[in-house]
Design a protein around this ligand. Sequence first.
Ligand SMILES: [Zn+2]
Length: 195
Amino acid sequence: MIDALIPKGVCWHCDEAQADQNFWICKGCWVSVRRVEPQVSLPKTTVLYRYEGALETLLVRAKQPLEPAIYSMLLDTNFSMPRDAVYIPVPTPWHRRLRRRGCQTTCIAELLVRRFGGRVVHALKRRRHHRRQAALDGERRRELTADAFMLCRSVDENDRLILVDDVMTTGTTLQCAESALGAEQVHRFVVGRVF
Ligand SMILES: [Zn+2]
């Protein structure tokens, strides 16, 4: 209802055509949004899209400020998750969360719960001493990311645990989050993956 009152603007990706595929992207650019083929999927990881083209534009802009409607649109596609799982958002840095007025990983986790049941548990937090990664050289960066997260709420290993992130690049962030959780069986969900 509210969406219908907002006039559609120019496509976020090409900045030229009218956004006519949805509220953000034109039909021409939408062709670049591609689901991940089953043959390139990773074990114990659910990946919806290739992080390229208009999908990259959407995911970069959807988090600053947070646009839940974009995640909702992207998740409105064919995939399945286990019923009644525990979804654990990969924590975003608190200062960025303030600036964006919301946390994209929490938003995605909430959408998954709405569709597949279960609940969101904020089991992880970022360590406070963590500095902006870009300011650090490679080795120091690796050293820091290894302990970037800490467990702040214990998890039950009998639950289906699913770590939630928006984008997977090398997988290091998810690995660090997983080791901070310390659970044997953890599944991962990401909206986009860099190939
Ligand atoms: Zn376009």
